[in-house]
Design a protein around this ligand. Structure first.
Ligand code: 0WD
Ligand code: CA
Length: 380
């Protein structure tokens, strides 16, 4: 019909394609062929210890120990007396990734002798979590985002800025919500061991400062990406495939009792799980389903490559191609907008549900996020 034709020919870029000031997030604009997304390659990893100190190694790697299918793990255990919580008012921005880059420049810079010495051989540097937010944007109806972008020596760095709404939510969490945030980490403790020949220690302390992060390189259409994401654990079989294929993502979710709950799980939760693990090439998610009292009553493995089939029968459901095409077009939009190459300039991209993406530019502002030590190291 005529309507369909108009949809198809409409540009994703704002009302006036020549001004290119905004980017639409309407789903129907991104329903085209799946873009090229190269198999992500792990180029390194790093660890953050119990005091959030950076190490250029895998000391915080943990090993997956398959639990009973119906385990009865009590996720509330230890919340009061064996929990050290990371201070989430401290904004680390891209600092850990930048430290990794400085320590591993040679690995991502095979062309040191090229025309632009010291420039990184990638278009974008960011956290996996920021890309997850971009992938899910066409389907997000609750939370907007702010992404700060700086072009420095040709590479675009993307770092999230906490929205006012997110800050208010963080500062006004209920006691119940605070405790539920602990449950995910407690589930990790029940299913992860510190080395290949030990067992999980549910009697130990949960410290959310600790993290093991993978650094991967890949390409989305013509965008060369370098990003890092936190990995929960790996397959402990030494014959398991190389990273990231050996990694396992752990999740907890409310037990599914009704068809409505199952439908919501497929439409909202599986979208977030798929986006987060598809990006770095993590092949499976192990989910602990818990009751109202925080007891894990069943455990199920989801293979990322099978999730799109699982959801196909769901009415009005999300589509992986929409997620990837939107992300791709957003990155193209960023490349067009962010033209001034300077660590002192930040372009702030802003989005709220049911709105278009907009941006503003800021020089020498509170939004600057590339640290001096990084700028100096990469300029020398
Ligand atoms: O300060 C900030 N604004 C951010 C810091 C925003 C995003 C990330 N980070 C850093 C932290 O250093 C953290 O170690 O990111 C790391 C995780 O990055 P990611 O993998 O890119 O983030 P994401 O995919 O959103 O989260 C992965 C896991 C989460 O697991 P679940 O299963 O809940 O998705 O990382 C944890 C959490 O366990 N996590 C965080 N840990 C520390 N600080 C944070 C955070 N802000 N966000 C998620
Ligand atoms: Ca997890």
């Amino acid at each position: 019909t005529n309507t369909q034709h108009q949809y198809r020919s409409e540009s994703a870029l704002g009302q006036n394609p020549l001004s290119c000031r905004t980017l639409s997030t309407r789903r129907e604009l991104y329903e085209r062929d799946f873009p090229v997304y190269k198999q992500p390659v792990e180029v390194g990893c790093f660890s953050l210890d119990s005091e959030r100190r950076f190490f250029n190694d895998s000391r915080q790697m943990r090993y997956y120990v398959e639990p009973d299918r119906n385990p009865n793990f009590n996720l509330r255990d230890g919340y009061r007396d064996r929990f050290i919580k990371r201070d989430d008012s401290v904004k680390e921005r891209l600092d850990h990734i930048l430290r990794w880059i400085v320590a591993n420049k040679s690995k991502i810079n095979p062309t040191v002798a090229a025309a632009s010495p010291r420039a990184l051989d990638v278009d974008f540097v960011t956290w996996r979590g920021h890309l997850t937010k971009l992938l899910t944007t066409p389907y997000e109806t609750r939370e907007g985002w702010l992404l700060a972008v700086t072009r420095f020596r040709g590479t675009l760095y993307i770092s999230e800025v906490e929205t006012e709404a997110a800050r208010r939510e963080r500062e006004n969490r209920t006691e119940r919500h605070e405790e539920m945030m602990y449950w995910g980490y407690k589930f990790e403790q029940y299913t992860c061991a510190d080395n290949t020949h030990s067992l999980p220690d549910p009697g130990g302390v949960v410290n959310t400062n600790e993290a093991f992060c993978t650094v991967v390189q890949t390409r989305l259409a013509d965008h060369r990406l370098l990003f890092s994401g936190e990995v929960d654990c790996r397959d402990k079989d030494p014959k398991a495939p190389a990273a990231p294929a050996c990694y396992v993502e752990l999740k907890t979710s409310a037990e599914i009792c009704t068809p409505k709950q199952r439908s919501n799980f497929h439409r909202f939760k599986l979208l977030k799980w798929w986006a987060q693990s598809f990006l770095p090439g993590v092949p499976r998610v192990v989910a602990g389903f818990r009751d109202q009292e925080g007891v894990v009553v069943s455990v199920e493995t989801f293979h990322i490559s099978k999730i799109s089939h699982l959801i196909k029968n769901e009415y009005n459901c999300w589509k992986p191609t929409v997620c990837m095409n939107f992300c791709c077009d957003f990155l193209s939009f960023v490349k067009r907008v962010v033209t001034e190459d300077s660590h002192r300039v930040v372009y702030l991209f802003s989005w709220d549900p049911y709105k278009d993406v907009t941006y503003s530019a800021h020089r020498d502002s509170q939004y600057c996020f590339l640290p001096h030590w990084y700028v100096e190291e990469m300029t020398r």
